[in-house]
Design a protein around this ligand. Sequence first.
Ligand code: ADP
Length: 358
Amino acid sequence: MVEAADGCISYANIASTSLLGMPLARIQGLPLGALVESCAATDLNGLPLPLEAFPAVRGLRGETVSGSELRVSRADGSSSVLLCSTTPLLSAEGTLTGAVVVLQDITARKSLEQEKNAFLSMVSHELRTPLTAIQGYAELLHLLASRGERLDAALTLRFLAGLSDQSQRLEHLVDEVLDLTRLEHARLVVNRTHHDVLKTLTQVVESQAASSRHHLHLVLDGLQPGETLQGYLDEYRIEQVMSNLIGNAIKYSPAGGEIEVGLRATPGASHEALIWVKDQGIGIPPAELPHIFERFHRAGNLDRSISGLGIGLYLVKELVTLHGGRVWAESSQGAGATFYVQLPLNQGQEECLAWEQE
Ligand code: ADP
């Protein structure tokens, strides 16, 4: 509460001490000008505000202000965004006696808003790249057709492959964003069925090898080609995990590079599989290794022209965890990276059998 007579704070509650970063004894009786100065209050862009623009000062001029946002800095170096509302106080005779100021700390909400905006602009940027390419192919085809020019078979194939690649990239980006939203709303569930993990992995390796210029090898340990490795897993989601890891190995290593995809079966009581994807690409700096599975994290050694949302590994980790498994990476910068996925193969089956028997 601010007095009209002297422009000093006549009352402040205990919550204001943490918002303003000052003891109550200092706030009470402080002139508004001194308060604004000691909080180094600015607008949200960090530009200093003239004293007369502050809600409390406007309140003393008889104005009602609601929802004005400002940034304050405290002596300890921390800063907050405050939502500030003011209303003038009038006596029974209608004379202005002061103003009541209400402050609310909205720092968390603001940073969430900023994160959301940064995410939206990153998604729009990423979506625009394949869209522009698709548009380019379509316009070229349209131009040739309008001139009555015939496309030879080789060029037609190249255009079609380009269109298909770019639409797949678009689809992948949209799927990643949708899965992220599902995860955030706890709507991503795994639908386990019995299936052959080796067959799924072989299919992913073959399809990725067909569309890339890298050399992909499948290495088996404890298994023979053609054997089956039964798992009680969500086939679609496990395929997604494998595709993401192999896709990254391709994306972050030079064309023609060797990529080893491995599967080790460990039979027995802890019936589980270990899958690894090893590349000879740019690697991951040691300081970044603990962070690469975090949402939106992209390592600092990347050439930023390599597209990506920083969601793929986060999804991999969440999907593997939903299956009761574990994922980790080993790497040294410039010497390639190896990602490991350890998957229990029978988890969830006992509960399902018990449920079926009931
Ligand atoms: P995106 O590839 O879209 O950036 P991901 O979540 O799949 O997002 O990966 C997060 C980050 O981890 C990447 O930006 C990259 O810095 C790093 N990374 C992932 N896989 C590899 C890899 N095989 N080699 C080097 N760095 C990798």
